[in-house]
Design a protein around this ligand. Structure first.
Ligand code: ZN
Length: 376
């Protein structure tokens, strides 16, 4: 594969679903360029949101929640809850309790609940979860597959069981990070097909991971609810109000959300801060695709016209390889594995189509990298 970098943002064509055209522009940048003129891509606005609520909640009994909001306690989930409350909805907030929630993550989650919502903090059997996380990390170089399976399926399962007609998600990641077909970003609901393509589950379902230690009954909360006929409608709030990480943060901050003292991974000190392991998920992008979370964040900032491409490249050059050392330490301790074993697994996923070993300098390098004088 010939690695190419978008001329507008700083993402390469090795990123899944990011397609760069003959003019050197990626499909996400192209979408943002044309979005002003396309009705289907522009945020639908408050009026349409109100209309949708009215339609979906038409038959919802008076003694039931209006919607379910999957929340982590992060700035986006705080924004989602604020929007629901502003629109007189009574939500049930649901969290998959990550195995390494940060102190700040807990504080922000407590703050979110104090805005005035009922909340489920769902803990999965920690013995099973640890085995599952290790297995997906070892076999797919992806420690966050259990997290994504839990978030999508838990929300569906609880909404089905409570017969809650509406699930409100934050942003459509296909719109921000790449998509296969344009219809995927025009879509206004999150369904199984969307999860398969964009849900960071490697297109697998929980049952694909069954083995002697992970039995079907151990994976209930990660799996799709096959038995229910009740199908809640799922929307992205970003389709109605637009999505912008800085705006979400500002809205959340006004209602008590706190940022971190530094960015745990990437650019923002207010994102990816509630869980110690999310940085591990982002770190493996370096081996697999040749970019890091910083590239994702900066590309959003470029498209929002808050930073120039050359300034973004400067930031990447200065920051260098974004290794989440503290989080790796916590992750290794959690799994009971050595640092050597951790990095051996990472090496297994180094994409040799992109990376070449420099025998003189004894370092891995990307020949066609975005930055010519990068400190490898
Ligand atoms: Zn681009």
């Amino acid at each position: 594969m010939k690695l190419r970098w978008c001329k507008k943002c700083v993402l390469p064509n090795s990123r899944p679903n990011l397609i760069i055209d003959k003019f050197g522009i990626c499909n996400v940048c192209n979408l943002k360029l044309i979005s002003k003129n396309i009705k289907d891509i522009k945020p639908l606005g408050k009026k349409k949101f109100k209309q949708l609520i009215k339609k979906v909640l038409k038959d919802n009994p008076k003694n039931n929640y209006d919607c379910l909001v999957p929340v982590s306690g992060g700035k986006d989930s705080t924004w989602q809850v604020i929007k629901c409350l502003e629109n007189d909805l009574v939500p049930l907030a649901v969290t998959w309790k990550c195995p390494s929630r940060t102190e700040l993550g807990q504080k922000n989650l407590d703050n979110l609940i104090s805005l005035g919502v009922d909340h489920f903090d769902v803990t999965i059997n920690p013995k099973i979860e640890k085995k599952f996380i290790y297995k997906t990390f070892l076999e797919s170089g992806a420690a966050a597959i259990p997290m994504h399976l839990a978030i999508f399926n838990l929300s569906q399962r609880i909404a089905s069981n409570f017969k809650i007609p509406l699930i409100i998600w934050g942003e459509n990641s296909a719109k921000e990070y790449g998509f296969k077909k344009k219809t995927d970003v025009l879509k206004k609901n999150l369904d199984k097909k969307w999860v398969k393509s964009y849900g960071v589950t490697h297109s697998k379902i929980a049952e694909d991971w069954i083995d002697k230690k992970l039995k079907k009954k151990n994976l209930i909360l990660y799996s799709d609810n096959q038995n229910s006929n009740f199908k809640p409608y799922s929307i992205f709030l970003g389709d109605y109000f637009g999505w912008d990480p800085i705006r979400s943060f500002k809205v959340a901050k006004k209602k008590g959300f706190k940022s971190n003292k530094f960015a745990k991974t990437g650019l923002y000190d207010f994102a990816d801060i509630d869980d110690n392991f999310i940085s591990i998920h982002h770190f493996l992008k370096w081996h697999k695709f040749g970019f890091s979370r910083l590239f994702d964040n900066l590309s959003i900032e470029i498209r929002k016209k808050r930073i120039s491409r050359s300034k973004a490249i400067d930031i990447i050059r200065k920051k260098g390889l974004d290794i989440p050392k503290d989080d790796i330490k916590i992750f290794c301790k959690y799994l009971g594995i050595s640092h050597k074993h951790f990095f051996n697994i990472c090496e297994k996923f180094r994409n040799k189509n992109i990376w070449k070993y420099d025998t003189k300098e004894r370092k891995w390098k990307i020949p066609n990298f975005l930055i010519s004088n990068f400190n490898w």
